[in-house]
Design a protein around this ligand. Structure first.
Ligand SMILES: *Cc1c(COP(=O)(O)O)cnc(C)c1O
Length: 382
């Protein structure tokens, strides 16, 4: 796969990934877990941070396992020599069984067909594969229905070549602090686990929680917790900011590559969606929606230039963004523009961007395309 990001050239737009901040976050979250294991979720290219360096750092920081979003991500990590168990969080399809076994990945199972497929391949290769059963308790995305789970286990639990290591579910409303829904989902999970146990279907590793549960609900840590976003320095919800000190891992910055002065009433950009009110100085940044810098930020949001918030103006194009520099008269071409991060006393976070465009932090970070060069630093600060 061709990646601009690997080129050793002087890129104007870079995402600086602070691995020591990531390490800190893993350790901080880990101290909350008492005896529960930690699966660091590095799905979606580690929420846009780059899956391989992040996974390597996670292992160094002592995580027990990793969670990925696809067979491809699991294979990349195995090819890079990551030794810990790697869980593919969405259920696999039967056609993926061969690769799951070959690369020794831990599959999520929620269909009989997938259970049979892994069993068959495992037996062929003389292996026993650990698998985790996913239970749907209300997210309605993946998982065996509670009403079907006993019959599922009767037909699949004894399949040769499978070790039912775990059972899990995923909450739909935890980040919002909706504990009623979360507790109902958990009660359902607990009841199902109990019924299964009474029928001799045992699952040693039971897990239900992501970042929010790691931070707020010790009682739901069970045998393992699966934090994702918190490890990248973001509390899932602002109510948690005083509970734990997390450090932002990504700084996204670019440069003002061109500046022009325009008379009043000039229409700026495609469609002329911004019109200068007076004589104004306009800067152009080499980042656009082709980089994952969302078009919804058109005329909507800020970047930092010389420690000041400069408005994004006009329509964001594939590769460029306009900013208003009128109030920063001395700024010159080549000046740094911080999109996510600190500059002097100002900060813009992925949460701010998410708020402006009515999105969430995951989308803002994970949308950043691979053509933005990731630069990895290990630097203790903050
Ligand atoms: C994404 C995901 C997580 C991590 O969620 P965060 O809110 O980012 O901590 C955990 N478990 C599953 C199944 C997921 O899909």
């Amino acid at each position: 796969m061709f990646q601009y990001a690997n080129m050793l050239v002087e890129s104007n737009t870079i995402a600086e990934i602070n691995l020591s901040a990531f390490h800190h976050n893993v350790r901080e979250v880990k101290t909350r877990l008492a005896n529960a294991m930690m699966m660091a979720v590095v799905k979606t290219n580690a929420y846009g941070h780059g899956i391989v360096p992040i996974a390597q750092q996670a292992v160094k920081a002592g995580v027990d396992r990793l969670g990925v979003t696809s067979l491809e991500e699991g294979v990349i990590l195995r090819q890079c020599g990551i030794p810990v168990p790697i869980h593919i969080l969405p259920p696999i399809t039967p056609s993926q069984a061969e690769d799951v076994v070959y690369y020794h990945l831990t599959a999520t199972i929620s269909s009989k067909a997938a259970a049979h497929a892994i069993s068959e391949v495992a037996v062929q290769h003389g292996k026993v594969m650990a698998v985790h059963l996913k239970l749907n308790t209300g997210l309605q995305r993946f998982g065996v229905e509670p009403s079907d789970v006993l019959s599922f286990c009767r037909s699949c639990y004894q399949l040769e070549g499978l070790y039912w290591e775990g059972i899990y579910t995923h909450f739909s409303n935890a980040d919002e602090g909706d504990w009623k829904t979360t507790n109902d989902q958990y009660d359902l999970f607990k009841d199902v686990v109990q019924i299964l146990k009474a029928n001799d279907f045992e699952f040693p590793i039971k897990h239900v929680g992501a970042s929010t549960i790691a931070l707020e609900r010790k009682d739901l840590h069970l045998d393992m917790v699966r934090p994702g976003i918190a490890l990248y320095g973001y509390h899932p919800d602002e109510r948690q900011v005083n509970d734990i000190h997390l450090k932002r891992v990504m700084t996204l910055k670019t440069k003002v590559i061109h500046i022009r002065s325009l008379p009043p009433q000039s229409k700026v950009g495609y469609g002329g969606e911004y019109v200068t009110k007076k004589e104004e100085r306009i800067g152009i940044l080499p980042i656009g929606h082709g980089d994952g810098f969302k078009r919804l930020l058109s005329n909507n949001g800020f970047v930092l230039v010389e420690g000041k918030k400069s408005e994004i103006i006009g329509t964001i194009s594939l590769d460029q963004t306009f900013v208003n520099l009128t109030d920063i008269p001395h700024v010159e071409e080549g000046a740094e523009a911080v999109i996510i991060g600190d500059q002097e006393n100002q900060t813009i976070t992925a949460r701010d961007i998410a708020t402006w465009i009515n999105s969430n932090i995951d989308e803002v970070l994970a949308s950043l395309m691979s053509r933005i060069k990731r630069v990895y630093v290990y630097r203790e600060k903050g």
